[in-house]
Design a protein around this ligand. Structure first.
Ligand SMILES: NC(=O)c1ccc[n+]([C@@H]2O[C@H](COP(=O)([O-])OP(=O)(O)OC[C@H]3O[C@@H](n4cnc5c(N)ncnc54)[C@H](O)[C@@H]3O)[C@@H](O)[C@H]2O)c1
Length: 256
């Protein structure tokens, strides 16, 4: 029970890494608010968590909307009397090189991946500064190393990495007791990756899979639970001395 009695919010919790993280935090004793722009997906995850004997509730949330952030964060404190853990996980990917990315795609990716994390971190600090807490921002290996095919995604995930450090330093200086860290997953088998590969067409998909598997030192993609375990550590008091850090979970991809 590594996060017993804590109250957590996981954005984009209806799928992939967010769903696994919601399960993992609930298994270790947290009450987990699972939010997603797709309410049905969040409800399905919550039903599974409750059926397994743990505590969760589903909420609709678009992370790009500052008013919804204010409402959900204050609603959690009103309903449960505390708010300890925020996992800024919701994210999207659109492919495009620096030459063919449209301004519309650039803005859409950055609105969800970068502004969504900014709004969430700001809203959470507003209520957590009374009693402290842990904020975990899901970046990516793509926030550490470049990829010619995803220029806007690279930029959005690098923004998350550095915003995390600035916010962590601010909270430490102010003595709020709020820790903020980023997590950098490698290639993880989630709908984001599986659907993306399927949309490439058979030949490109095969080439992509060969490239991915040959470039991951451990020789396989990760599972959502591999990331959820890292998030759990950062959410728990076991990581009490960590703030402004980067936790890379990538099967060795960025070790070269
Ligand atoms: N899968 C990977 O290989 C990988 C690698 C590195 C980082 N990541 C990051 O991990 C996070 C989760 O990715 P995933 O692979 O589980 O993706 P996913 O597509 O399986 O799940 C993302 C969830 O976010 C939700 N979402 C999308 N836009 C939203 C919005 N505006 N407001 C609220 N919810 C929204 C979706 O409905 C979906 O349920 C993302 O930030 C992603 O960039 C994933």
């Amino acid at each position: 029970m590594r996060v017993e009695k804590k109250v957590a919010l996981v954005t984009g919790g209806g799928s992939g890494i967010g769903a696994a993280t919601s399960h993992r935090l609930a298994e270790e004793g947290a009450l987990v608010v699972v939010s997603d722009i797709d309410l049905g997906a969040a409800e399905q995850v919550v039903n599974d968590i409750i059926a397994a004997g743990f505590q969760a509730e589903a909420h609709h949330q678009d992370v790009t909307d500052s008013i919804q952030w204010h409402d959900i964060v204050n609603g959690i404190v009103d309903d449960h009397g505390r708010f300890d853990i925020l996992v800024n996980n919701a994210g999207i990917v659109l492919t495009g090189t620096i030459e063919d990315t449209t301004l519309e795609d650039w803005r859409q990716i950055n609105a969800v991946n970068s502004e969504g994390v900014f709004l969430g971190t700001q809203a959470a600090i507003g209520v957590m500064k009374r009693a402290g807490g842990s904020i975990i921002n899901i970046s990516s290996i793509e926030g550490l190393v470049g990829d010619p095919l995803i220029a806007a995604y690279n930029a959005s995930k690098a923004a998350v990495r550095m915003m995390t450090k600035s916010a962590a330093l601010h909270c430490a200086e102010q003595g709020y007791g709020i820790r903020i860290n980023s997590v950098h997953p490698g290639f993880i088998e989630t709908p984001m990756v599986v659907n993306g590969v399927a949309a490439m067409g058979e030949e490109n998909a095969k080439a992509f899979q060969e490239y991915v598997l040959s470039s991951i030192p451990v020789g396989a993609m990760g599972k959502p639970r591999d990331i959820a375990n890292g998030v759990l550590f950062l959410a728990s008091d076991e990581s009490a001395y960590m703030t402004g850090s980067e936790l890379i979970i990538d099967g060795g991809f960025t070790a070269r």
